[in-house]
Design a protein around this ligand. Structure first.
Ligand code: NDP
Length: 267
């Protein structure tokens, strides 16, 4: 793909994120996964949740391997300059996140081998193919020259924010996992501790922080901001829905905890 085509495709991709946000906030929900999945009407393809996570998220790792292979072969971006170390650092952050999400997270899941909608699995997989293409080729090729220097404030600040988001997300996922006794336990309980004191979905909050930090570190790479926007557009409505679910499932006991959905004291 040539640079003007990349820019046009990325502009369309970015513009779709707010549309997705409005559609999701209006309550238009696809057949879903986890607590919202009901296989009615029955889908012919509904993989086990751990397999679904692998299918959904592995394009990010495959994309990273392909891009790094391209770099090894050419060792320069579209402007004919060598790919800088800062670009590789950003790719490393991307890979670390997706090694956890595509490989480690599904292996450690405890949900009684629940299934996930085939539609959701496919659409998420397509999303990850597009997103990894835009982000990785932006960092390594089309916008490589726009990645700031390692000593710059955006790069260092973004890196710090990414670390907070990544570790916070892992911790929030860990709290949920420890609510269940064994792999076949599929019951839902109220999570406590950490940022669960303030919000129902700190895992989503930290995921948003993580990709916002990534975008900050990439600074003028538009695809990284598009990714942060997409993450926010996807996770805020989902947090709202999960919060409503806790309120109806645990009733006044949950209301008394005075939590918000995703952003402490605000949303
Ligand atoms: P959930 O919080 O819905 O579920 C995470 C896991 O915890 C599931 O195994 C779930 O079981 C279990 N669980 C959730 N709540 C409870 C509870 N109250 N009691 C016991 N177990 C519980 O998260 P998601 O599945 O939506 O997301 C998982 C991770 O993926 C998160 O870290 C999220 O940030 C990330 N993600 C990122 C996206 C992005 O756009 N970047 C999009 C979606 C997710 P069960 O499966 O039975 O519900």
């Amino acid at each position: 793909m040539w640079l003007p085509e990349y820019r046009l495709a990325l502009a369309v991709w970015t513009a779709l994120a707010p549309v997705a946000f409005v559609v999701l906030m209006l309550g238009v929900q696809a057949p879903n996964y986890g607590r919202f999945f009901s296989n009615q009407p029955r889908e012919w393809f509904a993989p086990r949740s751990d397999v679904a996570w692998l299918i959904m998220e592995s394009p990010n790792l495959v994309g990273a391997v392909m891009c790094l292979y391209w770099c090894a072969a050419r060792a320069e971006n579209t402007h004919g300059r060598p790919v800088r170390a800062e670009s590789y650092v950003l790719v490393a952050l991307f890979v670390v996140h997706y090694v956890n999400r595509a490989l480690i997270y599904p292996l450690r899941m405890k949900n009684g081998q629940k299934r996930t909608s085939g539609f959701v699995t496919c659409i998420s997989c397509v999303f990850c193919c597009c997103n990894s293409f835009f982000v990785l080729s932006g960092i390594l090729k089309y916008d490589a020259a726009r990645v700031p220097a390692a000593s710059s404030v955006p790069f260092c600040g973004g890196l710090a924010l990414w670390c907070i988001g990544f570790l916070g997300n892992i911790h929030a996922d860990h709290v949920l996992r420890t609510l269940r006794q064994h792999a076949n336990d599929a019951a839902y309980r109220i999570p406590y501790g950490g940022m669960y004191r303030f919000v129902s979905c700190p895992n989503y909050l930290f995921e948003i922080i993580e990709w916002s930090g990534f975008a900050l570190a990439a600074w003028r790479v538009q695809a990284a901001w598009a990714f942060a926007l997409w993450t926010t557009a996807n996770l805020l409505p989902r947090a709202h829905r999960v919060h409503q679910w806790y309120m109806s499932e645990f009733d006044s006991a949950y209301a008394a905890l005075n939590r918000r959905a995703c952003v402490p004291f605000i949303f």
